[in-house]
Design a protein around this ligand. Structure first.
Ligand SMILES: [Zn+2]
Length: 345
């Protein structure tokens, strides 16, 4: 605002006036020396002066606009969902960037600060952020607006594979319509924290659901290129059960549902046998899990690595691939589906 008001040639004295007192405002009402003076009557601002006056009022309007709602999210997928619903009314920050494994992630002191400062907190839940759950429970006792977005998914649609030992599988974002059900929690959370934006969030939530439905249709069409018998997804950890259920893939993973337990030698032998027996065309590494075990499997089974899939973290923001930003949820889904289809079809 300061620099907009200061024309070229304005120097220190003017700047001090603006910074330290209200005396700068009245100076705009009468022509400062050097401004064009009309030949008769009162002061008529020149075009440039009108510009300055307009800018001044725009600055005032800007200063009076409501500050953005400060939201902290855990993983990028949640931050993306909140940005999509919250638009310009929110300022979203995510704690975990590209390549970070949420199963193992522990909050740093700076994360705790960010969470404490946030007006609203969103996380995936279902113990995806296993080592942060206690922290969220504690936060929820003192803060009103702490939400697990998977609260929006009905329990009967959640998977409970045996290796999860009584817990639900948290990787719901790979079933696009299921992820779309989480929009409701984001709309509710933002509206509770910022009631003046209620209609705005509801409309953008609706628009987000429409976009996700379009993405789902694209996935279904693309997946149809892979013949039924070749729809087997071999990866390092169990992030793709919902993807498998939604899009008709058999999913075989080396590690169980979380990355906390490492695969045993016996697991590796079993997986190599499975790949040979079923003539699986390719296996996949994941961006948030070290690739060495899958590389080993690929070698032992004599099968190619079909590419790298995003599992529990999105890509780098701004990195484009086929016109999609890999640092977005949509880019993540399109990258994975293209990678899987190109390797298996
Ligand atoms: Zn995972």
């Amino acid at each position: 605002m300061k620099s907009a008001l200061l024309g070229e040639g304005s120097s220190a004295p003017v700047q001090r006036g603006l910074a330290t007192s209200a005396s700068s405002a009245p100076t705009l009402a009468k022509p400062p020396s050097g401004f064009a003076r009309p030949t008769s009557g009162g002061w008529v601002p020149s075009a440039r002066q009108w510009g300055l006056i307009l800018l001044f009022h725009l600055c005032l309007a800007g200063a009076h606009a409501a500050p953005k709602l400060a939201v902290t999210a855990t993983v990028g997928m949640v931050a993306d969902l909140v940005s999509s619903v919250g638009g310009e009314r929110v300022q979203v920050e995510s704690l975990m960037g590209p390549g970070v494994d949420p199963h193992l992630y522990k909050a740093t002191a700076s994360d705790v600060n960010k969470l404490q400062r946030a007006q609203v907190i969103f996380y995936v839940g279902l113990l995806l952020e296993g080592k942060m759950q206690d922290l969220f429970n504690r936060m929820a006792r003192t803060k009103r607006h702490v939400y697990a977005v998977t609260e929006g998914v009905p329990e009967d649609l959640l998977l409970e594979p045996p290796e999860f030992e009584g817990h639900y599988d948290p990787h719901v974002w790979f079933d696009v319509p299921l992820w779309s059900r989480c929009v409701e929690v984001v709309v509710k959370g933002l509206s509770e924290a910022d009631p003046a934006g209620r209609e705005f969030y509801a409309a953008r939530g609706e628009e987000t659901r429409r976009r996700l439905a379009g993405l789902h249709d694209w996935v279904v069409k693309r997946i149809a290129e892979v013949p039924d018998g070749r729809r087997v997804l071999v990866t390092s950890h169990d992030a793709f059960n919902y993807f498998g259920r939604a899009y008709g893939f058999k999913v075989v993973a080396l590690q169980g549902i979380s990355t906390v337990n490492e695969a045993s030698a016996a697991d590796m032998v079993k997986l190599v046998d499975f790949i040979k027996e079923h003539r699986v065309p390719a296996v996949f590494v994941e961006s948030s899990v070290p690739p060495n075990t899958i590389q080993r499997i690929s070698k032992d089974a004599g099968v190619k690595i079909g590419g790298e899939l995003f599992s529990d973290a999105m890509g780098t923001p701004g990195q484009m691939e086929n016109g999609y930003d890999l640092g977005t949820y949509e880019g993540m889904i399109r990258h994975n589906v293209n990678t899987v289809v190109n390797a298996l079809k």
